[in-house]
Write a protein that binds this ligand. Structure first.
Ligand code: ZN
Length: 404
C-alpha cells in the first residue's frame, strides 16, 4: 500500500486548540456547557475556521456544526464534540474537532468536519449525532431538560438562536465513513508508554436500579436480631457483586456503584429503604448478558430476606465494533509515524462514533491522557503527542481516500 505524503501543520493545530481553550477557560481547563453563551461563541469561532478552510458551514437546529467540502469523489467525515463537562478538561472533544479541521486543510479535499452538539449529555443522550442519523425525535427535544439546572431543551435552543433551524440529516452514500480522534481518558497508553490507541470497539453500558425494602425503626431500641435494615442489605449485595464478578468477568470488564441512597438517611434511624445505582461495561455482548444473569441471581438471593430486593434495568447499550479496514489503516499509519508505540484497545467511554457506526463504517483513534485524568480541569496531553496523533490520522485518511 503506497502512502500519500500528507503533512499536517502541528503549530497551526496547537494554536487552534489553544484558541478554542480560551472559550470558557477554567483554571487550566474549560467550562463550556452545551448551548451556553460561551458554547455558542465557540461554535461561531469553529464555524469561521471551517469557512476559512474552504468548507461550506452549517450550524443546524440541534447545534451541530458541519463543514462540507466542495467536489465529488470519496470523502470521510471527521470530528467529535466541542461542548464540555462542567469545569472539566480542554481536550475532551475539542481535540477531535480540531484534528478534523487540520486534516481538511492539509488534504484540501475529501474531508467534511463536524462538531456534534451535546455529546456530554447536558440535555440528552448524544442529541447531536443521534439527530444526524435520524434517531432524535421532536418528542425527545420536547422532553429534554438540562440535568444541572432544569432548563428545557426548547428554551435553551431558542436562547442559543437555534430554534426553527432545520436539523442536518445523514445523506446515505456521501461518506466512506466516520473517524473520530479523542483523548483516551484512561491511563492505558500513558502508563504503557504507547502513543496511539486504535479503537476496536466501544463498550456497551448496562445500568440498573436495585431497591431494597426493609422496616424503618429506632436505632436504639430495635434488637439486632429482628432488624430489617435496607442499608445493610444493599451493602451486602454490593460486596457479593464484588466477590463474584472478578471470577466471571473479562480483563477489561468494569462495574461501578455510582450512588447509594438510604431512606430516610438519618443517624438514629434504621433505614427502611435503600437504592443502589449500578452499571457494568464490556465490549462483548455475551459477557454483558452473563453479568446480568449473575446480577439477577445475586439479587434473587438477597430477596430471600430479611429485606425485599428488586432489580430494575435502566438501560442496555450495545457494544459497537469499529470498522476493520479503518483499524488497519490507522494501525499502518501509526506504525509509520510511531513504530511499535501503538496498539489496539476497546473504548471504555461512550462516544459519538458509536452512533455514527449505526449508519456508516466508523473508527476511533486515541492519544494518551497524562496520568489517565479526564473530566477534570487538569486533563492534559503532551503537545508532541497531540501533533503525532493528528499526523497519524491524516496519513490514515489519505490512504483510505486513495484506496477508493
Ligand atoms: Zn468526549
Amino acid at each position: 500500500m503506497a502512502f500519500s505524503n500528507v503533512s499536517i501543520d502541528g503549530k497551526r493545530l496547537l494554536a487552534d486548540l489553544y484558541r478554542l481553550r480560551t472559550f470558557g477557560t477554567y483554571k487550566s481547563g474549560v467550562h463550556r456547557p452545551t448551548y451556553s453563551a460561551i458554547d455558542m461563541q465557540s461554535r461561531a469561532w469553529i464555524a469561521e475556521q471551517m469557512h476559512a478552510a474552504g468548507l461550506t458551514v452549517e450550524i443546524d437546529g440541534i447545534g451541530n456544526i458541519i463543514g462540507r467540502g466542495e467536489g465529488d469523489g470519496p470523502r470521510v467525515l471527521l470530528g467529535s464534540h466541542s461542548d464540555t463537562q462542567p469545569y472539566a478538561g480542554w481536550l475532551d472533544g475539542a481535540l477531535g474537532v480540531m484534528y478534523g479541521l487540520e486534516i481538511a486543510r492539509a488534504l484540501g479535499h475529501g474531508v467534511d468536519v463536524v462538531s456534534w452538539a451535546d455529546e456530554e449529555g447536558h440535555y440528552g443522550a448524544f442529541p447531536g449525532s443521534r439527530s444526524y442519523i435520524g434517531d432524535f425525535p421532536e418528542a425527545e427535544i420536547d422532553a429534554g431538560r438540562n440535568r444541572y439546572d432544569g432548563t428545557t431543551m426548547r428554551d435553551a435552543l431558542a436562547a442559543a438562536g437555534l430554534a426553527g433551524r432545520p436539523r442536518a440529516q445523514h445523506e446515505p452514500g456521501r461518506y466512506v465513513g466516520y473517524i473520530e480522534a479523542h483523548i483516551e481518558q484512561g491511563d492505558e497508553l500513558d502508563s504503557g508508554g504507547s502513543k496511539i490507541g486504535v479503537v476496536t470497539s466501544i463498550v456497551g453500558i448496562w445500568a440498573y436500579r436495585i431497591t431494597f425494602e426493609g422496616v424503618q425503626n429506632h436505632a436504639g431500641t430495635t434488637r439486632m436480631a429482628i432488624r430489617k435494615d435496607a442499608g445493610l442489605a444493599a451493602v451486602k449485595l454490593i460486596a457479593a457483586i464484588d466477590a463474584l464478578f472478578p471470577t466471571i468477568c473479562a480483563p477489561r470488564t468494569v462495574w461501578t456503584v455510582g450512588r447509594i441512597t438510604l431512606d430516610p438517611g438519618a443517624g438514629s434511624i434504621i433505614p427502611g429503604g435503600a437504592e443502589v445505582i449500578f452499571q457494568f461495561r464490556d465490549a462483548d455482548p455475551t459477557m454483558l448478558q452473563k453479568l446480568e444473569t449473575a446480577l439477577e441471581q445475586l439479587v434473587a438471593e438477597a430477596d430471600k430476606g430479611p429485606c425485599r430486593a428488586v432489580l430494575t434495568n435502566v438501560s442496555r447499550s450495545i457494544p459497537k465494533v469499529m470498522d476493520a479496514g479503518f483499524q488497519d489503516a490507522l494501525t499502518r499509519a501509526a506504525e509509520r509515524h510511531a513504530p511499535g508505540l501503538h496498539h489496539l484497545m476497546p473504548s471504555g467511554a461512550g462516544h459519538d462514533a458509536q452512533q455514527l457506526a449505526r449508519v456508516m463504517p466508523a473508527a476511533m483513534l486515541f492519544v494518551p491522557s497524562i496520568g489517565g485524568i479526564s473530566h477534570h480541569w487538569t486533563e492534559d496531553t503532551a503537545d508532541a503527542d497531540i501533533v503525532l496523533g493528528c499526523q497519524v490520522m491524516a496519513t490514515a485518511v489519505a490512504e483510505i481516500l486513495a484506496g477508493r
